[in-house]
Design a binder for this molecule. Structure first.
Ligand code: DOR
Ligand code: ZN
Length: 424
């Protein structure tokens, strides 16, 4: 028996307040019998379709000290997510049907969000041989997105083959665009600040050159390309051209690339070390308008938890990456403003469509799956890394006061978060 909830006085995507009756995993007819329902007071709250993250590092198997499928799922639910796509750079790498099925099963057992595994493009992320893409696609995990994220598929011939292979089942290659010869030894964005600090730079062109090449390859093959964490104004120009030419390309931007700049590196605090690196004010402005315009299709977190010893060390030795599931919606609200339709499009509907997650990205209405999140736009909260549900603490927003707070999240009619707290 599933529970019944009456969500009272909620504004669905900013519309006039209404009640939502949740029964048997779906939103029931308005005016239906609400006897015995648990009442959720949602006055002042906004309902959004459950958020979908196309780019999450869960670290299981292999680095359960940094994150597990369960701890990452809990952080996701607390951030308003109902589905996350788990990146393949685990240990062992998710490059076989066995590993993607393991991650998928762990996600089901945790039961907090739908965990959709991403498969590796190449064996061991080594960039030499194609992984068993077909076996992962036909496994129980039904993998549709493949990525060597953390590494770039830099070999053009392998990239072409991967695109050809996934075209057969309408799969997607998600590329971490980084020309490796141009970023050898790189520590931060190549520019004025890196010159001042004497740190080796990661030039914008290393990203832009790969996106341009891959857009041409995807156009040639007629397959789907997704560009991970776009970080430069020049990349936006390349994507604009590719889309205008009819290439089947989608792109994501992270909350941190929408908010922070390379000036943060002057603190030498490795919490700001990330790959691709934080860029300039000009890049941030270009990314914001590309996201508003839809040239950049979605926001994805690149939630990258790291253990204390991998982060609290000298800048040069620190691993790149920052956690971001619990703060993403607040950062996007800060950057885009309270445009709920736009936020639903960029953080739920479009990522669900790219990943083929048909039960997600649907606005709560009678007959629809009760998979949504309730958000208080008036709340403000201070980010406390020790309060995170993630096993890691590497948030760049520690001590910052952010707007907006998740109050509840429902997955197929069952709450995963209530009163701002995880239910299990
Ligand atoms: O900063 C990053 N961290 N970028 C990546 O591409 C990989 C990720 C990780 O796995 O830590
Ligand atoms: Zn990446």
């Amino acid at each position: 028996m599933s529970s019944t909830f009456l969500v009272k006085g909620v504004s669905v995507l900013g519309a006039e307040p209404t009640d939502l009756l949740i029964r048997d995993g779906v939103v029931a007819e308005v005016g239906g019998d609400a006897r015995g329902a648990q009442v959720v007071d949602a006055a002042g709250l906004v309902a959004l379709p459950g958020l979908v993250d196309l780019h999450t590092h869960l670290r299981e198997p292999g680095r359960e000290d940094a994150e597990t499928v369960e701890s990452g799922s809990r952080a996701a639910a607390l951030g308003g997510y109902t589905a996350v796509c788990a990146m393949a750079n685990t240990s062992p790498v998710a490059d076989t049907a066995g590993v993607v099925e393991q991650v998928w099963r762990l996600g089901r057992e945790a039961g907090l969000v739908d965990v959709q595994p991403i498969g590796a493009v190449t064996v061991g992320l080594a960039g030499q041989h194609l992984a068993e893409l077909g076996a992962m696609a036909t496994s129980a995990a039904k993998v549709r997105i493949f990525s060597d994220d953390g590494h770039c598929v830099s070999d053009a011939r392998l990239m072409r083959r991967a695109l050809e292979y996934v075209k057969a089942f309408d799969g997607v290659i998600a590329q971490h665009a980084e020309e490796p010869r141009l970023t050898e030894g790189a520590q931060m964005h190549e520019g004025e600040v890196s010159a001042r600090l004497g740190l080796t730079g990661w030039p914008a062109v290393a990203e832009e050159a790969i996106i341009a090449r891959d857009a041409l390859l995807a156009g040639h093959v007629g397959a789907r390309l997704h560009v991970c964490h776009v970080s430069t104004a020049g990349s936006v120009d390349v994507i604009r051209q590719a889309k205008a030419a009819g290439v089947r390309v989608t792109a994501e931007v992270t909350p941190h690339h929408l908010l922070l700049t390379d000036e943060r590196a002057t603190s030498y605090d490795p919490v700001f070390k990330v790959n691709p690196p934080l860029r300039t004010k000009t890049d941030v402005a270009a990314l914001r308008s590309a996201l508003a315009e839809g040239l950049i299709d979605i926001v994805a977190t690149d939630h990258a938890p790291h253990a204390v010893e991998d982060k609290e060390c000298e800048w040069a030795y620190a691993r790149p990456g920052m956690i971001g599931l619990e703060t993403a919606l607040s950062i996007v609200l800060d950057v885009l403003g309270p445009d709920w339709e736009l936020i639903a499009e960029r953080m739920s509907r479009t990522p669900a469509r790219i990943a083929g997650l048909t039960e997600h990205g649907r606005t709560p209405a009678p007959g629809e799956p009760a998979t949504f999140t309730l958000f208080d736009p008036a709340a403000r909260w201070e980010v406390d890394p020790t309060g995170s549900a993630s096993r890691s603490r590497n948030t760049p927003y520690a001590g910052m006061t952010l707007p907006g707070r998740i109050v509840a999240t429902f997955l197929r009619g069952e709450p995963t978060v209530l009163d701002g707290k995880a239910v299990k």
